[in-house]
Design a protein around this ligand. Sequence first.
Ligand code: G3P
Length: 214
Amino acid sequence: MKFFLDTAEVEEIRKAVELGICDGVTTNPSLIMKSGRDQKEVILEIAKIVSGPISAEAISEDAEGMVKEAEEFASWAPNIVIKVPMTKEGLKAVRTLKQKNIPTNVTLVFSASQALLAAKAGAAYVSPFVGRLDDISKDGMELVEEIMDIFDNYDFETQVIVASVRDPIHVTESAMLGADIATIPAKVIEKMWKHPLTDKGIAQFLADYEKSKK
Ligand code: G3P
């Protein structure tokens, strides 16, 4: 299973790279806005430290505009993936970009039928948004399970990126379902390290070590 960092904060990415847990990065316009920086500047900086796939999102609403943006983004670095929204125009762009060998990540996927259409159009990745489904009292992980079953049935090459991850449980459940990738905010990775019994155990061992010193 691969871990992507879901952030446009370069320092967060640098720390995950140092720990060996950053196989790629996803960004979106909201994350870029939060970083307070320009998209190109951020993506170029990320590309210097991450050799895995880096998703940059196109904001045009028509296929032609998306393809134009994609061609520009793809010229920034060899590992850029174009995030395209799950719309008819988005899927048209996916098809054209596939023919141009530019990989796409179809984003804002909320149903298995959307994921199936994206795979058929030739998306390299689909991103079901689990947290946003949980927000409306639907089980986001059920969607991941459905998509995994469908893709396994037909050997689609499209990889599943579990997105809108809000909690370590989303990550472990993704792993249990065999999802290819989870794209994880840095604050969720922080929670993944932590266990009170680990902290308690370390404190106890250190105290006992001090007592055993002659
Ligand atoms: O990868 C998509 C992600 O950034 C959306 O997350 O928390 O805004 O639903 P969230």
